[in-house]
Write a protein that binds this ligand. Sequence first.
Ligand code: F6P
Length: 341
Amino acid sequence: MSIGILTSGGDCPGLNAVIRGAVLKGITQHDLEFVGFKNGWKGVVDGDTVPLGRPQVMGISKQGGTIIGTSRTNPFEGDGGPENIAAMMADQGIDSLIAIGGEGTLAAAKRLTDAGINIVGVPKTVDNDLSATDYTFGFDTAVQIATEAMDRLRTTGDSHGRCMVAEVMGRHVGWIALHSGMAAGAHAILIPERKTSMDEITEWVRAAADRGRAPLIVVAEGFKLDSMDDAHSERGLDAFGRPRLGGIGDILAPEIEARTGIETRSTTLGHIQRGGTPSAYDRVLATRYGMAAVDAVLEQRWGRMVALRGTQIVHVPFEDALGRLKTVPQSRYDEAAVLFG
Ligand code: F6P
């Protein structure tokens, strides 16, 4: 039996560990064969494959990124669609697919499964916002990187008596901000789930400064002030008349400085949070996901993805992961907020 593996959407530390876990389990225990599709659904649509055997997966679980590449290609566009994909698979002797990706990837996988393609899914996102699984691999690494960055921001902030703002990933949810902010001892954690006023932020910054601390703020990239609606853009224009690049951290820093008189600097961590070596936790979780995905294929659990529940890996229908993101509950935010004041 031959299985095709693809990694799709934004890359994430641990993708290679999933591939290795799947391939080693499949070839050692079940005599399966594997190919990797290059660059996500693009490789599936184009029938562009690379062999995946023991030599290709040797030592890769510590490598960041994905050895088979990724893209945000929609498999229903261009030459895609279930009929073409089924024909390509028949042509290449591939029986089923393991699709590793986030919500978009799994939504496409569900449509293809409904159309008769044999697919199992593996959840992936550094943002940890996928429903139906307690954790996604990549999140732990991103939190570790953000925490280390804030530890560093703190010493430079302390030296200058400055307020430091760290902008972390999290387009729709604040899990990275919440966890790294708690770990680093931030004086305010700003997340998309909880709109906050400039007055409140100013109060937290002043309170930290009054206690003799250099204020440290972590903000998720998707955070909005309570005065900002969804279409809001306070980014202004750059010297060339284009929308100024820079996120919410760059919007907040001058405002904090103006209101408190404390010199304030903003740092956007960006893709550094997604690059490089995965943490040991992410390698283990990703490896277990890869192995469980092979079990799901052997049991023909099409339309299901592997998921973490407590310490157990389970299989859940794609639809459980789709439609609503896993947001930070108010109780988790309140727990962290006890430490701000
Ligand atoms: O969804 C994961 C994520 O890292 C988001 O936090 C971030 O907004 C986005 O991907 C960045 O995407 P890209 O790599 O396409 O710039």
